[in-house]
Write a new protein. Sequence first.
Length: 383
Amino acid sequence: MNHDEETVDAEVVADIVPVRRPGSAVAVVAQEEEPDPDAWLPPEAEEDVRAGIPKSTERAYNTDMRLFAEWCTVAGRRSMPAAQQSVTAYMSYLKRTPRERTKVPYSPSSMRRILAAIRAAHRAAGLQPPDTMGANKVIRGYEAELSNAKDPRAKPRKATPADRDVLEDALGHLDRATFPGKRDAALMLLGHAIASRGSELVPLDWPSSFTMQPDGGMVVKVYRVKRKMWQDVTVPLDPDPALCAVRAVQDLVAALEGVGRGQGPLFLRTGPHGEIAPEMTRGGKPIGDPAGRMTSEAASDVVDRSVRRTGRAGVWRSHSLRRGFVKSSRQSKVDIVRIGRHGGWGDKSKALIGYVDEDDAAGEMNPLTQIGKAAAGGGEEQG
């Protein structure tokens, strides 16, 4: 899961997770107060609500709650309904316990996600979420400790922007005569061109998501997951054929048509030997999209693998393409409002402002650089 802008607000999810009335498949746990007789949903409404929750979000929170329940079992505590002291103790345990995979404890941002997942699980079960004041104090103290130690975990882990220069370098290491090379080039160039998240890029289908234009460009129909809205994004031909998203998509489509896949998912998984949309199984059971569509995680793997071939350091994820679009645009002096509207940000988006502030901190866009230039220019005129 991408823990950058794509990290969703678990409290929002918690508010909409349905609770069924007693007697249905999932019974509400008894409360001290008289339950609201209308606090239930029929099965079809529950399905509709869950359809609006990203699968990656649901998986992440299910995992977080499962690990909390396992810790409670070992600690001799109750996970549902959890006491506030149990949640506080769990946060203290997480800050002190290295994870098996990373060999370091969770970051504060991950701990906040876990805390939100615990609250979400309580709401889903019809329970009052535990008080988290003590748990949040643990996290704030942990942030201060990491900050004083100059530990990078004190800051949220953000994707490194993959701007036009990064893409040009990465594409130079791809074999674009092969299907994987064509796919990876199209994925990165199109992701940058439409400023997409991975979860917005992998659902694209050919030809239904695309409308080719008389001038050679194309319009891409993108579902902006954060704003829950469709957007038509115009992508013109690029003067540099090697960096042209339109041409890269056309090359990929031609390769797909050559193997009888002229319709359907644009970005398909490949096997270790370049097999297109190979069947995947686990424990003898099929897994993955049956049509072979890539996952958002696989899209991030493509970006990470492609950029790391260049030797560039950074956190390379599918979200790097979205952030890279902002950086490329600012380097070209594009107005922030136009950047936001092209990329599907709201006009008052704090996320976009944050990207711009980071990218403008150095170089020509730094306010002090501009002030210095203006002052120098004024001095020459006076002399």
